[in-house]
Design a protein around this ligand. Structure first.
Ligand SMILES: Cc1cc2nc3c(=O)[nH]c(=O)nc-3n(C[C@H](O)[C@H](O)[C@H](O)COP(=O)(O)OP(=O)(O)OC[C@H]3O[C@@H](n4cnc5c(N)ncnc54)[C@H](O)[C@@H]3O)c2cc1C
Length: 432
């Protein structure tokens, strides 16, 4: 029976990344009175994009694509009419001064940097990890021990160690084999990209949320969440607002700082969760850099100051970007690393000689523009038995929920899981 005195539940969502947008979409569609507060000027969070005036599409500040198996975000895209383009770009590895295509069983068999026996073992372990579903026992062993034992020492040293060290820095040896399993199990050769870019996708979500009477405030940083009179109060630069429920999608350290009434024991449990930041340099070029057409180039050389070169326009057509060739130079680093203090020119000065090693023809005169993007929270550290440390959506404060990057597990963080968790926490609130 309809209750005439029922008023719509007032829900605030802090952060308009894909997690916050998915929650806002579901809740607004379900009739809640939804307000999103976002510090940035646009939606998308870590997947936000930018563009030059002449480009038709935006490109992400940090490289992004989807896997075929990313069903939560694929379904959401379909629901709101966002087209996704799936292509099979080339993935390669730079090792000892040479680029090797390394994205099929056949290319692995041709990778002579590994002895034949280890190529076969590596291929067999990848095939096994693709098949199995039971990841729980893998979180009890480190990826390093697992890979050394089953693929072999050379396979670890040549193929995996450089990538682990560049992705996880000092934590490389602590990462569990469950994380490695997800990278193999979920990866698909076909990679998806939203037509127009991830920002276009996020903006379409913004439109659908508003159509369902949701409100989104950009340029609005929340700096305090408190509990007052049985309601959750949010404080921004523009004032204080009361809500029945609040979902915070911010990284854990920011959440712990702003939710001032959280009990000490809860804070103590979440504080040890670790993460790394990321720096991406986007270079707009007059010429193709990876001339063999590689989209993703892993740098398997520990002397290089970056993890990967990702030539976006070897994946998406350069005509969307006024025929510029766009490539990323990617790095994951602790947020106190000195690269975070360097200027764009200083960083380029560090990278340039190494880019030249990859393509000796590369010249500074090829460059149209350089953009550098830095973010302090990009990659959670997933050590042994992380399933025991994941913070739940429900917090000790009634009505306050946490839904962030550190709750994605066993899968590696991604927009798909931000959406999956965002929808899950919305469901939880609706059922509450
Ligand atoms: C280098 C890199 C590469 C990646 N590659 C991929 C990829 O290929 N595919 C993929 O699917 N995913 C990828 N990801 C991961 C993906 O971007 C994230 O998992 C996902 O975007 C997280 O979404 P979220 O909504 O949980 O959090 P976020 O995107 O972090 O959203 C949080 C939002 O909160 C806002 N905010 C922060 N502080 C405040 C405040 N005080 N008040 C109000 N708002 C605030 C932020 O501006 C942000 O918009 C990558 C990430 C990085 C960094």
């Amino acid at each position: 029976m309809l209750n005439l005195f029922q008023y719509p539940m007032k829900v605030a969502i802090i952060g308009a990344g894909f997690g916050g947008l998915a929650s806002a979409y579901k809740l607004a569609q379900g009739g809640s009175d939804v307000t999103v507060f976002e510090a940035d000027t646009k939606p998308g969070g870590l997947a936000i994009g930018f563009k030059e005036p002449k480009w038709k599409w935006t490109i992400e500040k940090h490289y992004h694509h989807l896997f075929y198996s990313d069903w939560a975000i694929r379904n959401l895209a379909e629901e709101i009419g966002q087209e996704l383009i799936y292509l099979q770009p080339k993935t390669s590895t730079y090792y000892h001064g040479k680029i090797y295509q390394l994205d099929t069983p056949m290319s692995l068999m041709k990778f002579t940097a590994l002895p034949l026996r280890e190529r076969i073992r590596t291929g067999a372990v990848i095939a096994y990890l693709k098949m199995i579903r039971d990841w729980e026992k893998l979180e009890k062993i480190t990826a390093k021990s697992f890979l050394t034992k089953y693929m072999g020492n050379t396979s670890w040293k040549v193929l995996w160690q450089p990538l682990f060290e560049k992705k996880f820095g000092n934590y490389a040896d602590e990462i569990s084999a469950a994380w490695f399993w997800t990278r193999i199990n979920k990866r698909s050769s076909s990679l998806g990209y939203p037509k127009g870019g991830f920002l276009a996708f996020a903006e379409r979500l913004d439109t659908v949320i508003r159509k369902n009477d949701g409100k989104i405030f950009y340029n609005t940083s929340v700096y305090k969440i408190s509990e007052e009179n049985g309601k959750i109060t949010i404080t921004t630069g523009n004032g204080k607002y009361e809500f029945d429920k609040v979902i915070c999608t911010l990284p854990t350290p920011l959440f712990l700082k702003m939710a001032v009434d959280l009990p000490i024991n809860y804070k103590a449990k979440l504080s040890p969760l670790k993460g790394l930041g990321a720096i991406n340099m986007v270079i707009s070029l007059k010429h193709q850099f990876l001339e063999d057409g590689t989209y993703w180039l892993n740098i398997n050389d520990l002397n290089f100051p970056f993890l990967a070169v990702v030539e976006h326009t070897n994946y998406m057509n350069k005509e969307y970007y006024d025929n510029a060739h766009l490539m990323y130079i990617g790095n994951y680093l602790p947020h106190n690393h000195d690269y975070f203090q360097k200027t764009d020119d200083e960083l380029f000065g560090i990278f340039y000689p190494y880019l030249n090693k990859i393509n000796p023809k590369f010249r500074k005169s090829w460059i149209n523009n350089i953009y550098v993007f830095k973010t302090p929270f990009a990659q959670p550290i997933l050590p042994l038995n992380y399933s025991k440390s994941i913070p739940p959506f429900v917090t000790p404060i009634q009505g306050l929920y946490l839904s962030n990057i550190q709750q994605v597990y066993p899968w590696d963080r991604g927009t798909n899981y931000a959406v999956e968790n965002g929808l899950e926490v919305a469901k939880l609130i609706i059922h509450d």
